[in-house]
Design a binder for this molecule. Structure first.
Ligand code: NAD
Ligand SMILES: O=P(O)(O)OC[C@H]1O[C@H](O[C@H]2[C@H](O)[C@@H](O)[C@@H](O)O[C@@H]2CO)[C@H](O)[C@@H](O)[C@@H]1O
Ligand code: MN
Length: 450
């Protein structure tokens, strides 16, 4: 097996140490020659990199090289695979994305509704720049992007790089949900075969099979409605917010029992309830700052201080394992089936060809080969069409510098609906994002007074 040169963009991410542990756990499936971290924030990256270096020294001695840098050319040259996990504006801006809509009794969430639009309009520019740089330094590398909001980023990259066949957008949420299905069934997650359709953070499992072809869908539905549903992946199993989110799946399956929903549908199906459950002073960003980020930084500091991993507990999570299995299937043409984002082109018959949909695909060294979904019925089609139009309008707003498109996007979104509310939220978001967004506000004055 050829050993791969891997670059992790966003080396300072809170997910990096989990990814390193997953790369170690998966080294037989995805053997590496080198790992390079790249980040724009030298200090944030250094802490994670120094800890990673010690972990790798102990647990991956056969790795030929590990390095980290803020120099793009140095980092991005000679890559076989690039994992992209950046957060433009950091968790500080995530907190604003969540708090601003809540002021107007609208959902305040990282990737859904106005917060997702705000994050999208920040991420797109950095992602386009990064892909351009990557293509100049490593034209043949596979790029696996999971930078959020993945649906909006994927649509923007589709438009900007229509001929790039080695760029794949991916999300771990379906896999994390499947870890809980596997727990119900007493099976291993990678032994389950899903049938699924939708958009990123907006989809449904229609069937869950095992590799022998047995259908476990009804067993899972029954278990969820009778015994409840809990997160089982190590990273989220004890997190109160994720426990609440998985509990809400029970409610969704009771109300809409036809298919098994992605957890993120809770924001679109019960928006008012989601708002009342939030504390604006302690939204998810604050919980992550005080929770996952603090935990990861403490862990890194301890490893560095001890120059050893002897006194820490390190865990492998589905987030890393999933990304790595997808990469391995591309590298070695395994033909494994994973849920990823692809351009529709007839996969879901009822949707336009140019929609970025999330579906199961066979992952090969020629890219993802999606399985046909066919027609979807009215409820799902209606929901998806509205969400798809919102996503496309957000990307239009970015490329056209258009306040009007951004306002249309928010008005269309199920978490907002009311045009005057959409306008108030948008104006606040413009003010909060003036260092990041294209200049929509200037155009808004012109459009409003026309
Ligand atoms: N698709 C998925 O299912 C999925 C799952 C988990 C995380 N994510 C995404 O992964 C990303 C990282 O999440 P996190 O919570 O660890 O954030 P984080 O802020 O801890 O990490 C992001 C890192 O990226 C760096 N960065 C920012 N802009 C950069 C740029 N232009 N070039 C290089 N580096 C840059 C930051 O300095 C930071 O170290 C986010 O976009 C998050 O939404 C996606
Ligand atoms: O609110 P956060 O920052 O904890 O999570 C936001 C992300 O949530 C999903 O990712 C989960 C993942 O599903 C799970 O396996 C584990 O690794 O935790 C992750 C989050 O903690 C979602 O798919 C991502 O897009 C979000 O960024
Ligand atoms: Mn996701």
């Amino acid at each position: 097996m050829k050993k791969q040169n891997l670059v992790v963009v966003g080396g300072g991410s809170t997910y990096t140490i989990g990814m390193i542990m997953s790369l170690i756990a998966e080294k037989e499936q995805f053997p590496l020659k080198s790992i390079t971290f790249y980040d724009t924030d030298a200090a944030r990256q250094e802490r994670i990199a120094k800890a990673s270096e010690i972990i790798l020294r102990e647990k991956y001695p056969e790795l030929e090289s590990f390095s980290y840098t803020t120099d793009k050319a140095e980092a991005l040259t000679n890559a076989d695979f690039v994992f992209v996990q950046i957060r433009t504006g950091g968790l500080a801006m995530r907190e604003k994305d969540e708090q601003i809509p809540l002021k107007y009794d609208s959902v305040g969430q990282e990737t859904c509704g106005p917060g997702g639009m705000a994050y999208g309009l920040r991420s797109i520019g950095d992602m386009i720049e990064l892909v351009n740089d990557l293509r100049s330094f490593s034209p043949e590398a596979w790029i696996l992007n999971y930078t959020n909001p993945a649906a909006i980023v994927a649509e923007a990259l589709r438009r900007e790089f229509p001929d790039d066949k080695k760029l794949l957008n991916i999300c771990d949420m379906p896999a994390a949900i499947m870890v809980s299905y596997a727990g119900i069934l007493g099976k291993e997650v990678f032994d389950l075969v899903p049938e699924y359709f939708g958009l990123n953070h907006f989809g449904w499992f229609t069937k869950i099979y095992d590799k022998e072809g047995n259908d476990h869908t009804d067993t899972i539905k029954r278990a969820i409605t009778e015994d409840g549903f809990i997160p089982e992946d190590a990273e989220i199993a004890n997190d109160p917010s994720w426990i609440k989110t998985f509990k809400q799946v029970e409610r969704m399956v009771t109300d809409f029992p036809e298919y098994l929903p992605n957890t993120y549908l809770q924001y679109y199906l019960y928006p008012s309830e989601m708002v009342t459950k939030e504390d604006p002073e302690n939204t998810r960003a604050r919980q992550v700052i005080n929770g996952r980020q603090q935990r990861v930084h403490d862990l890194a500091d301890q490893i560095i201080a001890d120059d050893s991993t002897a006194n820490v507990e390190l865990e492998v999570d589905i987030h890393g394992r999933y990304m790595i299995r997808v990469a391995a299937s591309m590298a070695y043409n395994n033909g494994d089936i994973f849920i990823v984002m692809v351009e529709n082109n007839g996969t879901i018959a009822s949707l336009p060809d140019d929609a970025m949909v999330e579906v199961p695909a066979m992952i090969t060294n020629r890219g993802p080969k999606p399985f046909t979904v066919g027609h979807i019925s009215t409820f799902y089609k209606g929901l998806i069409e509205g969400q798809l139009a919102y996503e496309k309008l957000v990307v239009d707003a970015y490329f056209e510098n258009s306040y009007e498109k951004a306002l249309q996007a928010l008005t269309l979104n199920r978490t907002v609906v009311d045009a005057p509310v959409a306008r108030q939220i948008l104006d606040d978001l413009i003010e909060a994002n003036k260092d990041y967004w294209p200049d929509l506000y200037h155009q808004s004055k012109k459009l409003v007074t026309q």
